[in-house]
Design a protein around this ligand. Structure first.
Ligand code: SF4
Ligand code: SF4
Ligand code: FES
Length: 240
């Protein structure tokens, strides 16, 4: 029997919230949990690695290391002990972006805990997006909005860095404020976007929009998948 066929039929044991289940080899953590009978009411969203809702911590049998993952993107391994984190409590500060003075160090003012960072790099190791989280916190301390924006651009706000941080920093809220400040006060005005908005207002795409509105979900999906999409290399800030 081929290795692939053998693997197709292989069942492995995982522990979900402490209870053992036999699940097929090759499933994602999310699918394995569903196979085991769990139904996601919280802790699941896009199922494609974008929304950050499926934060998971796990430990391999006999291993000292507590690992982190997205349940929809990570396949199960034999002997995994799994627990979901459907929500990470964190306080987002209230602010009016129009009233902030970006020349002051707004990030330290609103999130002073960033100055408690001990440079342990645990946040970086926890990040399923492989972002340089510690580096963006260090850039936040210096008030370097552009670097924080660039380093945190792919953050999906899963909260896994937050649960591991000994300084109790809510990294993704800090980064979100930095991106908002950079976007509002420093990023170049995208002329192509202004031109496109003008075209939309002048009705250039009205007939195409009407066509789209008539399509059913399947056709819309086909059109969506076949669209032209601008590729922005990871870590690069749009509009640069
Ligand atoms: S986990 Fe917290 S203390 Fe450690 S490097 Fe990251 S931000 Fe700093
Ligand atoms: S930076 Fe933190 S919140 Fe953002 S994706 Fe990484 S671990 Fe998740
Ligand atoms: S369900 Fe959205 S990232 Fe996993």
């Amino acid at each position: 029997m081929s290795k692939e066929k053998e693997n197709d039929m292989k069942m492995i044991t995982v522990y979900i919230m402490g209870k053992a289940y036999k699940v097929p080899f090759g499933l994602t953590i999310m699918k394995a949990m569903e196979y085991a009978g769990y139904r996601f009411i919280r802790g699941s969203g896009c199922r494609a690695g974008f929304c950050g809702a499926c934060a998971t911590v796990y430990r391999r049998k006999g291993e000292y290391k507590l690992r982190t993952a997205l349940a929809c993107q990570t396949t199960v391994e034999d002997g995994m002990y799994l627990a979901q984190l459907p929500f990470v409590p964190s306080n987002r500060k209230e602010y009016d972006i129009e009233e902030l003075d970006p020349k002051k160090n707004v990030l330290s003012e609103y999130y002073p805990e960033i100055n408690r960072c001990v440079s342990c790099n645990t946040c970086t190791k926890a990040c399923p997006q492989e972002l340089q989280v510690m580096d963006y916190i260090q850039a936040s301390i210096r008030g370097d909005y552009k670097l924080v924006t660039s380093l945190s651009f792919d953050c999906i706000q899963c909260g896994l860095c937050v649960v591991r941080c000994p300084a109790e920093i809510t990294h993704y809220h800090v980064a979100q404020l930095a991106r908002r400040l950079y976007g509002k006060y420093y990023s170049p005005v995208p002329q192509h976007l202004l031109d496109r908005l003008k075209e939309i207002e002048e009705g250039k795409f009205d007939s195409e929009i009407e066509e789209l509105k008539k399509m059913d979900a399947k056709k819309l999906e086909e059109v969506y998948v076949a669209r032209d999409i601008q590729k922005i290399p990871r870590g690069e800030v749009a509009g640069e």
